[in-house]
Design a protein around this ligand. Structure first.
Ligand code: ADP
Ligand code: ADP
Length: 231
């Protein structure tokens, strides 16, 4: 049960940078939500209060009815920069997703079990990279690297996936490709997904629901039919 709930969430950095301003929103399980808005609007902060990288100054954030702190292992992250280990294979990188699930100590003690290995291969299959599992990450294209990043997040067995501008550094074709795999991953694994995006046309193609953020406020919440170009 992974309903995401923001209840009057405000985040102020320093003395006066209001990054989120009284945001309330509920996201039901399984929804694929796209966050839209100009640079500096508060999109990254929205995602960071969900993964516990920062805490709200006021209000509460819950995942599946529990405060964020109790949910760390169940949130998978996909970043704009892939943060892969360049010298590891796609498979080796996907497997690192198991570290956050098992805990570092168990991983040191026992290494990866068969379940982890199967999960890594399944995840690479989901993102269309099973045949490239042995390829060194450093030699992959930008789009392939992002797909490995999605696979790594899947290996965490998350209920919620957060993606912060996952395709911002890709050309339009690779961007659509990667978004397609993110959507497929969400569908196959029944994941609630929240992704920030710059490109409204790509958002339209993949999102179930769109949240427009501006100056820290939620200024739009709707479906494709209501989506205008100037959110
Ligand atoms: P977006 O992801 O939409 O570009 P952010 O959430 O990164 O927006 O930023 C929202 C506002 O908060 C901006 O004014 C930004 O400069 C500011 N901000 C973001 N992170 C920090 C931080 N760690 N410390 C201070 N200000 C920050
Ligand atoms: P927090 O106050 O939420 O703990 P930090 O100050 O630790 O956040 O910063 C977290 C990240 O945000 C860092 O990567 C930092 O470089 C970045 N950051 C800091 N200040 C800003 C800012 N004004 N705008 C955007 N990002 C910022």
């Amino acid at each position: 049960m992974t309903t995401v709930e923001f209840d009057n969430v405000t985040k102020v950095y320093g003395d006066d940078t209001v990054a989120l301003d009284d945001v309330s929103v509920e996201i039901p399980e399984g929804e694929f939500v796209v966050l839209l808005g100009p640079s500096g609007a508060g999109k990254s902060t929205f995602l960071r209060v969900l993964n516990g990288l920062t805490s709200p100054s006021a209000g509460s954030v819950e995942i599946g009815g529990r405060a964020v702190e109790g949910n760390r292992g169940e949130v998978g992250m996909v970043f704009q920069e892939h943060y892969l280990v360049e010298n590891l294979s796609a498979y080796g990188n996907a497997l690192t997703g198991a570290l956050s699930r098992n805990g570092f100590l168990r991983s040191l003690a026992g290494g990866h079990d068969e379940e982890d290995k199967r999960a890594a291969l399944d995840a690479l299959d989901t993102v269309g990279l099973l045949d490239d599992a042995g390829q060194r990450a450093g030699s992959m294209s930008g789009g392939q690297k992002q797909r490995v990043g999605i696979a790594r997040a899947l290996v965490q067995q998350p209920e919620l996936v957060l993606a912060d501008e996952p395709v911002a550094s890709l050309d339009p074709k690779a961007a659509r490709d990667v978004m397609g795999y993110l959507k497929r991953a969400a569908d196959e694994h029944d994941l609630t997904t929240i992704t920030s995006l710059h490109q409204v046309n790509i958002a339209r193609e993949f999102g179930d629901r769109f949240l427009g953020v501006k100056d820290g406020r939620l200024v739009f919440d709707g479906r494709e039919d209501d989506l205008t170009m100037d959110v």
